[in-house]
Ligand binder design. Structure first.
Ligand SMILES: [Cu+2]
Length: 69
């Protein structure tokens, strides 16, 4: 398992938190995704053999927010 913290632009409320966490958790190989609204980031724990950073960036984008790469 690998743990990363990704800065995300545009998250402001509980709905944003749920949207981003839900989209990332929907990826096969992701163990957990937890958004910290105050810090403006998401901590993701995932299996590097089945999920790439690009997959996670795409999921954040899909949720309607902007990952800072
Ligand atoms: Cu929101």
């Amino acid at each position: 398992m690998k743990d990363v913290t990704i800065e995300v632009r545009g998250m402001t409320c509980g709905h944003c938190k749920m949207a981003v966490e839900g989209e990332i958790n929907g990826l096969k190989g992701v163990d957990s995704a937890v958004v910290d609204l105050d810090a403006g980031n998401v901590k993701v724990s995932f299996d590097e053999t089945s999920v790439t950073m690009d997959d996670i960036y795409d999921a954040i984008d899909e949720a309607g927010y902007e990952p800072v790469k």
